[in-house]
Write a protein that binds this ligand. Structure first.
Ligand code: TXA
Ligand code: MG
Length: 322
């Protein structure tokens, strides 16, 4: 590829020319990492079985974890999934945006992308680079988060490069992502909606337009990805809430991330003022702390309201508590 020698990191500013080259890579079955409003995605032609397999290989992703198809609008979604009233309402209200909707699949989505399920996950991202890449590619783009499987999701082009290297053909650099945690995944296959993964669209936002079913029976259709170890840096994460004050006794080589001001003694602390800032900065904070020489990262769980539900979910996963 042109310029690779001068730019061994394969990172390109998102000019029209670069996006057009990226679209060509997608059409030819290659892999392009691109920014969305949530996190960076590792994209491939969703209708090309071989390209999808490359995604699983590059990430080291278990084959039983299906991918999200990224489209530009509801009409395009209807080519790949069977829509219903609930889904259409959600799309009208929250697309483009950080909401992924699971629906029954039509026969034209390769089995590898949906990990053999009869459903498919669809989302229209609110990021002009992503939307223009999908349009220019002329195909839906299957894209998981662009991290090695199990690691924190990347919120910058550099984080993608650190994880994937040879596993990606090109990285479009859109700067730091706006939301920082992944999209909310909902199951809308029935008339009701249940949340499979909390994310950028909060439960409270969903409840303004739909009945969100909870508890017994609500999550019969699980998100396969939610049972794997996830979002974890190389350094052990412990949660302040679970361990109590004893964890601070030997805080010398430990780091901290959270919203509450911690006791003294940490080698490094990253503090956020608002839930929005915490969500936006969480994954890059985990990556930064893992490389600063700490042996343990102490994280502070926010309460579960609003974006706090998604942050809490990611931290519980990272600490191995889900
Ligand atoms: O914000 C996001 O959603 C980012 C950006 C790139 O769009 N993508 C992302 O993809 O987080 P990934 O693969 O890391 O997470 C997708 C989640 C997984 O938990 C997966 O199991 C679930 O969506 N999923 C995908 N297809 C599904 C399906 N048919 N049924 C249930 N869950 C599904
Ligand atoms: Mg992921």
């Amino acid at each position: 590829m042109d310029g690779t020698e001068r730019n061994p990191k394969k990172i390109f500013a998102p000019t029209d020319e670069a996006i057009s080259r990226a679209a060509e890579i997608i059409r030819n079955g290659g892999l392009v990492a691109f920014p969305t409003e949530t996190v960076y995605g590792l994209g491939a032609d969703a209708l090309n079985d071989g390209a999808i397999r490359k995604i699983f290989k590059a990430k080291g992703r278990p084959a039983d974890n299906p991918l999200i198809l990224h489209v530009t609008n509801m009409r395009e979604a209807s080519l790949y999934a069977v829509l219903n009233d609930a889904a259409e309402n959600l799309m009208e209200r929250f697309w483009p945006g950080p909401l992924t909707i699971v629906l029954y699949s039509r026969g034209n989505v390769p089995l590898a992308a949906r990990a053999g399920l009869d459903t498919v996950a669809l989302r229209s991202p609110m990021n002009p680079i992503a939307l223009s890449l999908i349009k220019m590619s002329g195909t839906p783009i299957a894209a998981p988060s662009a991290n090695r499987s199990g690691r924190p999701s990347p919120t910058t082009a550099e984080a993608v490069w650190d994880d994937l290297r040879d596993g990606v053909d090109m990285i479009l650099d859109g700067g730091s992502t706006a939301i920082g945690v992944e999209s909310t995944v909902v199951d809308a296959t029935g008339g009701n909606i249940s949340i499979l993964r909390p994310g950028g669209v909060t439960r409270e936002m969903l409840e303004t337009i739909a009945d969100v079913v909870q508890g017994e029976g609500a999550n019969r259709r699980r998100s396969p990805g939610t049972s794997h170890r996830h979002y974890a840096p190389a350094v052990e994460i412990r949660l302040w809430e679970y361990e109590g004050i004893k964890i601070f006794q030997n805080a010398g080589k430990w780091c901290y991330v959270g919203m509450r001001i911690p006791p003294d003694g940490f080698m490094k602390s990253i503090l956020f003022d608002t839930l929005e800032d915490y969500a936006r900065g969480l994954f890059s904070a985990l990556r930064e702390l893992e490389s600063c020489g700490a042996s343990v990262i102490i994280a502070d769980l926010p309460d579960g309201a609003g974006l706090g539900e998604a942050i809490k979910n990611r931290l519980l996963h990272a600490a191995g508590r889900i």
